[in-house]
Design a protein around this ligand. Sequence first.
Ligand SMILES: C[S@@+](CC[C@H](N)C(=O)[O-])C[C@H]1O[C@@H](n2cnc3c(N)ncnc32)[C@H](O)[C@@H]1O
Length: 129
Amino acid sequence: MVLEQRIAVDLVGIDVNLDAAALATEARPYWSRIRYFHGNVFAYRPEKPIHLVISSLLTHQMSDVDVVRFLQWMEKHAEIGWFVNDLSRSQFSYNFIRVFSKLAWLHPLCRRMRRSRFSGRLCRKNGNG
Ligand SMILES: C[S@@+](CC[C@H](N)C(=O)[O-])C[C@H]1O[C@@H](n2cnc3c(N)ncnc32)[C@H](O)[C@@H]1O
């Protein structure tokens, strides 16, 4: 049996890329209350205590030193816990994802996405379209 608990949550997203917060805000569904901020996670000063930190596809972009720093940052700020969702950092994975993401654009679905308002804007910014 699934119990549904209506727990009020305050969700915040942070990205150091200037466009990421704007694009994420634009792409979120109308019912979403997530607030996105532009900034470096290490400089982020939460308005109130953070219960959970969920990091998505971030650590593979960091140096080893910054990964350790980031884990320490989460340990310090997350009252309940943290979760890192990421890719393997091996050389194979690094090259695989580069080639795969280029080939993916050849798929008809991706080509259609590329022409869409949101992706079109993203591609142009990245010089892909
Ligand atoms: C692979 S993307 C993942 C984006 C998004 N989190 C997702 O799961 O789709 C990695 C993101 O991490 C951001 N990033 C890298 N270092 C950061 C830092 N120190 N603080 C905040 N964001 C950072 C990059 O700008 C980039 O947008």
